[in-house]
Design a protein around this ligand. Structure first.
Ligand SMILES: Cc1cc2nc3c(=O)[nH]c(=O)nc-3n(C[C@H](O)[C@H](O)[C@H](O)COP(=O)(O)OP(=O)(O)OC[C@H]3O[C@@H](n4cnc5c(N)ncnc54)[C@H](O)[C@@H]3O)c2cc1C
Length: 305
């Protein structure tokens, strides 16, 4: 493996990969196996680290996010990719290549893959860190299955929670209650919930109860709603500070980055994948996008196709 600190500042790399989640690691595996000059910049953290039991990744019956990443990092190292444990501070397109500022140095590369993911914003309930990813879930695609047959509380600050509650009942469990957090539900939605046999509570949750297992939610008025699992609200903010000032196409909300099918952004040579980019966010999707970006880059570097 080439040491990143042995690469001189005059070296023009083939690709810099930013972020060692499933997307960045998979890109590195492909790029490393092309024998390209690649540096992976990586800081610990990331959404995959929260995933306690990934069960929807082909070929692996169940794996925790951290274990998946550890195995992936080993694969990346085995293919000669240099790894720099540093945060990328800025990316600047410059005369047909990129300058990447990281760890107090400027690196130069023909291509950049931005795979730095997103940060979770957790709801401000007491004890949420204890249960997040275990029995307080924010992603139905990731963890809906784990609510199967359990006493479920859906918490949402908007009427979207009604639709979610109905869907959860159809797919996973008959025992669903919807907690309308901080708003009063319109009569039409109350009627719908009643028709579907879904309980309704309105008010403000304050504390999640239980030690190793979730037992319920204490509301601000003191009353307790028992439950075994929660599908609650949470948000994400993108780890994209280092892209500030770049003329990147974003979605209608100006949030996620829009790419072409192969993952290239509106800036030629800058590929974007995973949670940063418009589309569904799953470990296996990020990994697939990482492979795709790497293959696309290889076709630009070597004319063999
Ligand atoms: C609780 C929970 C459970 C989940 N369960 C599942 C599941 O069961 N199945 C599934 O498929 N998906 C699951 N997910 C979703 C999955 O984690 C994401 O889809 C996945 O993390 C996206 O991968 P990524 O490579 O885009 O980003 P990430 O995994 O977030 O990795 C990005 C990496 O980049 C690093 N980074 C950030 N900024 C910089 C910078 N400036 N310089 C260098 N490095 C940087 C971060 O520290 C991080 O290590 C779950 C998510 C959560 C929160």
């Amino acid at each position: 493996m080439e040491q990143a600190n042995s690469i001189g500042s005059e070296t023009l790399l083939d690709c810099i990969v930013i972020g060692g989640g499933p997307g960045g690691l998979q890109a590195c595996i492909h790029l490393g196996r092309y024998n390209f000059r690649v540096v992976l910049f990586h800081t610990p953290g990331g959404r995959t680290g929260y995933a306690k039991h990934i069960e929807n990744y082909l070929g692996i019956p169940v794996v925790s996010g951290p274990a998946l990443l550890e195995t992936g990092l080993g694969q990346v190292k085995s293919f000669g990719v240099a790894i720099e444990n540093a945060k990328v501070d800025h990316v600047t397109p410059r005369g047909g290549h990129f300058e990447v500022l990281a760890g107090g140095r400027t690196w130069r590369s023909r291509f950049v893959i931005a795979a730095s993911g997103a940060k979770e914003t957790l709801a401000p309930f007491k004890n949420i860190a204890r249960f997040f990813g275990h029995s307080y879930y924010t992603c139905m695609i990731c963890d809906g299955y784990r609510t199967t047959g359990k006493k479920l509380l859906v918490i949402d600050r908007t009427v979207n929670g009604v639709r979610l509650s109905v869907g959860m009942k159809q797919m996973y469990t008959r025992d669903v209650t919807f907690l309308a957090h901080g708003f009063t539900l319109a009569p039409v939605y109350r009627a719908l919930l009643e028709e579907e046999g879904i309980g309704l509570v309105e008010g403000r949750p304050e504390e999640l109860l239980g030690e190793s297992a979730l037992e319920g939610v204490r509301m601000s008025d003191g009353h307790v709603i028992p439950c075994e699992v929660i599908l609650g609200w949470g948000g994400i903010s993108l780890n994209d500070e280092y892209l500030e000032g770049l003329d990147l196409d974003r979605d209608a909300e100006g949030f996620k980055i829009v790419t072409r099918g192969n993952g290239e952004s509106s800036i030629p040579g800058l590929f974007v994948l995973g949670s940063l980019r418009v589309g569904h966010s799953q470990a296996i999707i990020s990994a697939g996008q990482g492979a795709e970006a790497a293959i696309e880059i290889s076709t630009r570097i070597v004319e063999i196709y």
